[in-house]
Design a protein. Structure first.
Length: 51
């Protein structure tokens, strides 16, 4: 099963905490939530160089 990072982030934004998200999506594990947050942070923090 594939769950988009954006879907997990939307759940966080809507006010759910990690335990509630894991209850809502039993296929996910705590490490999956950490991976989503790490991915989002890296995407935001990734510098783009203009050529």
């Amino acid at each position: 099963m594939r769950i988009r990072v954006s879907d997990v982030l939307d759940l966080f934004v809507s006010g759910l905490d990690a335990a509630q998200i894991l209850d809502e999506m039993p296929d996910l594990e705590a490490d999956d939530l950490k991976a989503c947050l790490t991915f989002a942070r890296r995407r935001i923090d990734h510098p783009l160089l203009a050529a």
